[in-house]
Write a protein that binds this ligand. Structure first.
Ligand code: NAI
Length: 284
């Protein structure tokens, strides 16, 4: 049986993951604001440091997997903008950086990060928002969305989820992660019925947009089903899954962007390989 860290363990999809892992006999170290083994506010540097240290000490330095589900939704409010960056982005990458050695110690660890289909279905998310977050500068990211006024929160939310998904894809294939036996992947849900979505639906302007949003299969997703996907992505079935973003969103991403992906690799990415190939031919 394994030891798993789960952030956002007190509610919604994180909670449903905890229920499944504990029912299967695993040990879960939950992290949340309250109602978890480790109480930590991931919007603050101290809270993130505490979560890292406390999980490492409870796990005795070895983690079989981690699920990063703590997150805030795009509910409007200028005061929420920095929290969206610090919880949804730093609350994932700083924890994973801190837990990496413990994940590596397990030899075959799996990590599932919660992204969102807002990454590919929100138009006009500024590149500089994503760039600022990837450089760890939440204040700069907040400044970059202020011009959107009451639409700043969805921009910051989508920006935080794009940044965290890119962080996963950039790191998943490196020797520190893939090379250390850690499988790092993203689950990108659409609208799933959890307290987070209920909060959005209780804001009339938000509710109108959400209910009008095209979902080809109709309705909202179920937290338990998403947790089943997470458990699958933590299992041996994911040994060959690396840097993938798995969309479970009722078809919205495919509806908006049927031809955007898959796309051929840009030639520039292949230049180092072409050079190696030419050298190999020259040496024969
Ligand atoms: P939820 O609101 O039910 O659960 C989120 C958990 O994160 C809560 O227990 C909350 O206390 C915790 N959290 C929030 N701020 C925190 C902080 N500062 N420190 C520590 N913990 C904190 O939400 P849900 O829906 O289960 O969301 C899980 C993940 O899925 C989130 O990352 C969310 O962005 C993402 N997501 C959710 C979608 C939905 O429609 N429900 C759609 C796409 C992505």
């Amino acid at each position: 049986m394994g030891v798993y860290a789960v952030t956002g363990s007190a509610s919604g999809m994180g909670r449903a993951v905890v229920d499944r892992l504990t029912a299967a006999g695993h040990t879960v170290i939950g992290v949340d604001l309250a109602g978890a083994e480790v109480a930590a506010d991931l919007s603050t540097h101290e809270g993130r440091r505490h979560a890292v240290q406390e999980v490492l000490s409870r796990a005795a330095g070895k983690l079989d997997g981690a699920v990063l589900a703590a997150g805030m939704g795009p509910v409007p409010g200028a005061e929420r903008l920095p929290l969206l960056g610090s919880v949804n982005y730093l609350g994932v990458v700083e924890l994973l950086d801190g837990w990496r050695a413990a994940l590596s110690a397990a030899g075959n660890a799996k990590v599932v990060v919660f992204g969102s289909n807002s990454t590919t279905t929100t138009p006009a998310v500024p590149r500089r928002t994503v760039k600022a977050l990837l450089s760890g500068d939440v204040d700069k990211a907040v400044r970059s969305v202020r011009l959107f006024g009451k639409h700043a929160a969805p921009m910051m939310y989508a920006g935080s989820k794009i940044a965290v998904s890119r962080w996963v894809r950039r790191h998943a294939t490196t020797k520190d992660w893939a090379g250390a036996g850690i499988r790092l992947n993203v689950l990108a849900p659409g609208a799933i019925m959890t307290p987070l979505l209920e909060k959005q639906l209780s804001t009339p302007s938000e509710a109108k947009l959400i209910r009008r949003f095209p979902v080809p299969v109709g309705g909202f997703g179920d937290a338990g089903q998403l947790a089943d996907w997470v458990v699958f992505m933590l299992s041996d079935a994911a040994d060959f899954l690396c840097g993938s973003v798995v969309f479970v969103d009722g078809g919205s991403d495919a509806y908006f962007r049927p031809d955007s992906w898959p796309n051929p690799v840009p030639i520039s990415r292949l230049v180092p390989y072409a050079w190696r190939f030419l050298r190999y031919r020259g040496n024969r």
